[in-house]
Design a protein around this ligand. Structure first.
Ligand SMILES: Cc1ncc(COP(=O)(O)O)c(C=O)c1O
Length: 416
């Protein structure tokens, strides 16, 4: 007996339980429809708790999962009475055990499990750093092969809290290539026989894994928050919590109003901010990311630099922002660094650059009156605890098996 079906958001065509990224009729997203309409928590330590709304048959037993807690010191500083922090990272004192330190692990576990349950090919993905680390970790735990393509700027982020296994294949790119070049090369490798593309935002296991941040928050708070803050590169996290919120609304126990998405990008690379400012569904490269590669190089939170985000596609970020009357922010490096120092000193945990960007956007939202002092706010700190992890674990750098000069390199030459 299955537990979900896939449905195309445009034509309504339905598919069974398979690892499918696209509809055969059109380009819109597919979405999982779960047969369990109410969230029934399972007795698992991490994200396996949310099995009802994860597209896998076997319950995930990992202790990695999102946590939510009510902020005191930082909330007081901002004058907020109901600020909740969603933390995806390593912070054992608060029950957070994501040892690759970002919410990308929430997507890696269900994706690898779904692949195993539906054919078991090797998975190929591009990463600016955090996603690759998460998939490499799950590969090291399960032995399933993964091929990870990273730009040079992401290579140093490819470490593991255990010794890398032979199942982890890292392909790094020469300087001058960015995250989008890595996406293009990964797309070509994924066409080889016995390989399958991870799929990015099109992968429902990725989205529903990331959506557990919203599920955990609603359970902790007792209802859905009024506002949701996150830094976005592709926007998949924003899409995911929107979808999770719609499931919670249908469940009926967590409120009927969808959280307002308040999402942020990091200057100078802010294409979705620019498009949303004009309420445009299309990103126009010449207007919204002029001189993109240079902008990407100058951006502090490099994982937020996706040149081809799923913004305008049906079911993508534009739809999520429209449906929740969302707001987007553009944050400078200095604002992010200031917010990071403030948060870390008050809350006692280190956070990654994208989380610093998200924190700065909350400061801005308070300043601009985009949240009420007593409204319920969820700040998704999607990465953190790296310094804390190093106190407990030895970290191992993953060595590349090949280096690509450019995304069009002959795959024979790569010899993978
Ligand atoms: C910690 C963290 N926050 C935010 C993001 C942005 O996520 P997305 O690309 O899904 O918008 C990333 C992406 O890697 C990340 O690692």
């Amino acid at each position: 007996m299955g537990k979900f079906k896939l449905k195309c958001l445009k034509c309504g065509r339905e598919y069974g339980q398979e690892y499918r990224l696209t509809c055969e009729n059109d380009n819109a997203f597919l979405r999982a429809e779960y047969f369990e309409k109410k969230l029934v928590l399972r007795n698992q330590p991490g994200l396996g708790r949310f099995h009802s709304w994860l597209p896998v048959q076997e319950e995930l037993t990992t202790d990695a999962g999102p946590i939510t807690y009510k902020s005191e010191a930082f909330a007081r500083e901002l004058g907020l009475s109901n600020l909740y922090i969603g933390f995806s990272g390593y912070w054992p004192e608060r029950g957070a055990f994501i040892k690759t330190c970002s919410f990308k692990e929430l997507e890696a576990h269900p994706t690898m499990q779904l692949l195993k349950e539906t054919g078991g090919k090797a998975v190929v993905l591009a990463s600016a750093g955090n996603t690759g680390r998460a998939f490499a970790h799950v590969s090291a735990l399960t032995g399933t092969d993964v091929y990870i393509v990273v730009p040079e700027s992401g290579a140093s982020k490819l470490w593991l809290p255990e010794e890398p296994t032979e199942s982890v294949h890292l392909i790094s790119m020469s300087p001058g290539n960015d995250y989008t070049d890595a996406i293009n090369l990964a797309g070509r490798i994924a066409k080889l026989p016995s390989m399958v593309s991870e799929g990015g935002a099109r992968n429902i296991a990725r989205r529903d894994g990331m959506g557990t941040v919203m599920l955990d928050a609603a359970l902790t708070i007792g209802k859905m928050p009024d506002h949701y803050f996150q830094a976005v590169g592709s926007g998949t996290g924003g899409i995911s919590v929107w979808e999770a919120a719609m499931r919670l609304r249908a469940d009926g126990r967590f409120g009927q109003k969808l959280p307002k998405l308040q999402l942020t990008q990091n200057l100078p690379f802010v294409p979705m901010y620019n498009a949303w400012k004009e309420k445009r569904r299309e990103i126009i490269p010449e207007l919204d990311m002029k001189d993109a590669k240079k902008q990407v190089e100058e951006t502090y939170a490099t994982v937020l630099t996706n040149r081809t985000p799923p913004y305008g596609v049906m079911g993508g970020l534009y739809d999520a922002l429209t449906d929740t009357d969302g707001i987007m922010y553009a944050i400078t490096r200095e604002e992010a660094l200031e917010a990071k120092a403030l948060f870390e000193s008050l809350e006692g945990i280190d956070i990654l650059p994208p989380s610093a960007v998200a924190t700065a956007s909350l400061l801005k939202a308070v300043e601009e009156g985009n949240v009420g002092k007593d409204e319920t706010i969820l700040l998704n700190l999607a990465g953190g605890g790296y310094k804390r992890l190093k106190e407990d674990y030895t970290l191992y750098q993953i060595e590349p098996v090949a280096t690509a000069k450019n995304p069009d390199i002959s795959l024979d030459e790569l010899n993978i």
